[in-house]
Design a protein around this ligand. Structure first.
Ligand code: PLP
Length: 452
């Protein structure tokens, strides 16, 4: 690849160290530079338009270029561009948003703690769990259970909770307190002749056995996404959540629902917990809370979680935790406006309807020779590719090839090994879904014609 030395691509290679990128390959391949967006579309710096079928990183709920969010941010910047919530200080947007989130929660919640990213929020929950166990006089109750292929972020504790090898390798993770249990992916993990419900029971039995092996009094909490996102859009089998919660209740283990992707309509209900009948002790919210126009995250805690933490801060004299920008007034103002848009425009019901259409159309490929599984719920879906004869192919080879073919056809998806994920903005209309699915069909034909 020859690039003009002053081109944005050459400057990117020269100066920009990318997240989730092979740095050595980047020097060869260069960046794809996205310049602007409107609705469900983005444009690259050469003027080519793409359907953003991943809503950025599962996050731009109301689409790109939403004027109301721009105005909300501007108005808040003019009034109070920054303030914090340390040492009893507060401001209007944080108060209003905390009240709003507690009122929206599907189970009774008590308080909201503000952070800036999903990772920060999960790390904060871990620290609060440890603080709580100490407050309760149970210093041994510190271990955390999450799931293989679960995704909870990349900071030290969050990356440890994440159950993906590339988040641990060479980072000296996970930390010693974390254990991972079975991934509830029936198509992959289910055994010959095992029904979906029997598989769900086995997942719960695995969890129970792990808790027994570790010692029930040593486990503080179980972290899980209602639907796994970055691990490959894994929708749990029927009865999974009911059975898992029964185990957690038996041992008095707190349940932390990581709603960073599921929250605010993605699964066809306002929260993933509603879709799956989950009754969490804490909910972690981010991404769609502001449609990612501004970095923002929040933790909702119930009284059982909050009260011992509050009392411990009283004994010590302060809760020694907080982020400069946590509950940032601009983020809080944008979150309030974004939630108002989601509610006023009925985007949750819309996601349920257009999501059903997307999944129905993708299901047309289920019998294709290169397709292993089509799965999803609400407006989040994945198609997992599998070559019928070539089990020597490197994991991810088909996914990467398909992702390139889709990109050439003006669709931005995300390959997760050999699964192609789809998680478009909640505002997407059926003709725009047709653009995605038609491109997918065309790309699948092209993939079939390729030599592997
Ligand atoms: C379920 C879940 N939790 C946590 C995170 C981490 O969020 P962030 O990238 O904002 O740190 C993500 C990010 O994709 C996520 O999907």
């Amino acid at each position: 690849m020859t690039l003009a030395p002053n081109s944005p691509e050459a400057r990117d290679i020269a100066y920009h160290f990318h997240a989730y990128t092979n740095a050595m390959a980047h020097a060869e391949l260069g960046p794809q530079i996205i310049d602007k967006g409107e609705g469900v579309f983005v444009h690259d710096n050469h003027g080519k338009r793409y359907v953003e079928a991943m809503a950025g990183l599962w996050s731009v709920a109301v689409g790109f270029g939403e004027e109301r969010l721009i105005r909300a941010a501007e108005a808040q910047m003019r009034r109070l561009p920054f303030y914090h919530n340390f040492a009893h200080r507060s401001h209007g947007p944080a108060i209003e948003l905390a009240e709003k989130l507690v009122s929206m929660a599907p189970v009774e919640m008590s308080k909201v703690f503000f952070t800036n990213s999903g990772s920060e929020a999960n790390d904060t929950v871990v620290k609060m769990l440890w603080y709580r166990s100490n407050a309760l006089g149970k210093p041994e109750k510190k271990k955390l259970i999450s799931r293989q292929r679960g995704y909870h972020g990349v900071t030290v504790a969050s990356a440890s909770l994440t159950g993906l090898p590339n988040n641990h390798r060479s980072f000296d993770l996970p930390i010693t307190q974390v254990r991972h249990t079975t991934c509830p992916h029936y198509w992959k993990e289910g055994r010959e002749g095992e029904s979906e419900e029997a598989f769900a029971s086995r997942c719960a039995e695995d969890l129970d056995a792990l808790i027994q092996a570790e010692g029930p009094d040593t486990i503080a909490a179980f972290f899980a996404e209602p639907v796994m996102g970055a691990g490959g859009v894994v929708v749990p089998p029927a009865t999974y959540w009911e059975k898992i919660q029964k185990v957690l209740r038996k041992y008095d283990i707190l349940l932390i629902a990581d709603e960073v992707i599921c929250g605010f309509g993605r699964t066809g209900r306002m929260f993933g917990c509603e879709t799956f009948g989950i009754e969490p002790d804490a909910m972690v919210l981010s991404k769609q809370i502001t449609s990612s126009y501004v970095p923002f995250s929040a933790i909702l805690l119930n009284e059982r979680f909050y009260q011992p933490v509050a009392e411990e801060s009283g004994r010590i004299g302060v809760l020694g935790h907080g982020f400069t920008a946590g509950g940032h007034p601009v983020g809080a103002a944008v979150a309030l406006e974004n939630i108002a848009i989601i509610e006023e425009r009925g985007l949750v019901a819309k996601a349920a309807e257009t999501g059903a259409y997307l999944r129905e159309r993708l299901a047309q490929f289920a019998a294709h020779s290169l397709v292993g599984e089509v799965r999803g719920v609400g407006l989040i879906a994945a198609v997992e590719l599998a070559h019928p004869e070539r089990d020597d192919l490197a994991p991810g080879a088909l996914g990467a090839a398909m992702n390139r073919l889709l990109y050439e056809r003006g669709v931005i998806s995300r390959p997760i090994l050999d699964s192609l994920a789809f998680c478009p903005p909640l505002i997407i209309e059926k003709p725009e879904i047709d653009l995605i699915v038609d491109a997918f069909g065309d790309a699948l034909g092209a993939l079939e014609a390729q030599e592997f």
